[in-house]
Design a protein around this ligand. Sequence first.
Ligand code: HEM
Length: 348
Amino acid sequence: MAAVKAWIGERLPVEPGSLRELTNEPVPYHMKRWWFALGGTPAYLFLVQIVTGILLAVYYQPSPSTAYESVRYITQEAAYGWLLRGIHKWGATFMIAAVILHQLRVFFTGAYRKPRELNWMVGMCLLIATLMLGFTGYCLVYEQLSYWGAAVGANIAGSVPIVGDFTKALLLGGDGYNEHTLPRFFILHAAVLPTLLTLLVVVHIAIIRLHGVTEFRFADEPAEHKHFSFFPDHVMSELIVGLVLMIILTTFACILPATLGAKADPLVTPEVIKPEWFFYVAFRWLKLFSGTVAVLTTGLIVFVMFAWPFIDDWFRRKTRFAEASVWIGIVGALLIIGLTVWEAAVAH
Ligand code: HEM
């Protein structure tokens, strides 16, 4: 045993002490409350998406003539294909929900404030990359709504001033949906976006390690317990969360399995075109205002979200409204929920 240890030690000269220091950050006690540790949930679900996604890619064929049939094969014939598809689909829903909840927690606890402004911006990139993963995944199934959702999405991208035409052509591989489009969505969904997301998560976690998470103190916490160990305490809690999530995902995949609508028909526009639930809010917004106004205001909102730590800092230092972020956050959250429910409730 000692010889094996020495052999490995010579080839991988890593000090156990420095390794422990590198991985074992003291975690503030408030992180025992699960809603403070929600960032681990999208990270875990991202892993589930990578594993199930790779397995789905074994059978998926990204071309307009084969995509739908390959998804049908996965759903109806491949061993446990229906389960993998169900977990991947529900995993996406839960991951997006977890990212939104994590962002809400960071927002309402003011954990984006100095010196964490840049990490909030990295977080915004993570949010956009996660939503894009959801959108491109939805397009791959090649059922009616995948096709028309992609067409509508590309048209929206096309209405962005200056770069719109170029972005649309880049996305579709031509002026309109054609045989090059689906492979592009697949490359985006299975290679470009997951790589980007991985890099962003690494940067996000590295910055968290540099600052540590924001310290909060609660009255009911024992005074002598300021911190607990990342390993094994926090890792164990995350493992339990992971196991519970796996049970929930499998249950959802069994009770509400991923379905397959009618095959895409470029000649028949469906009566009702709807994106996935996480784009309801943007879709309703686009319906409320004319094309360019809607796109420009959406851009402005996203810009404000990116710059929020600096806008909030200005409110706190230069105005009497030091708590403006809470009220703006509540109004924003209610608006998002309201528009989402509105879009869900009506056909057009
Ligand atoms: C795939 C998406 C994401 C992953 C995997 C992730 C992961 C994490 C983790 C593990 C933490 C440590 C504390 C915690 O668990 O809450 C954290 C903290 C943080 N995250 Fe995220 N995050 C993601 C998205 C976002 C988004 C969308 C935002 C905001 C726009 C954001 C902003 C922050 C900030 C500012 C902190 C520091 C919080 C503090 O100091 O208490 N993250 N993130």
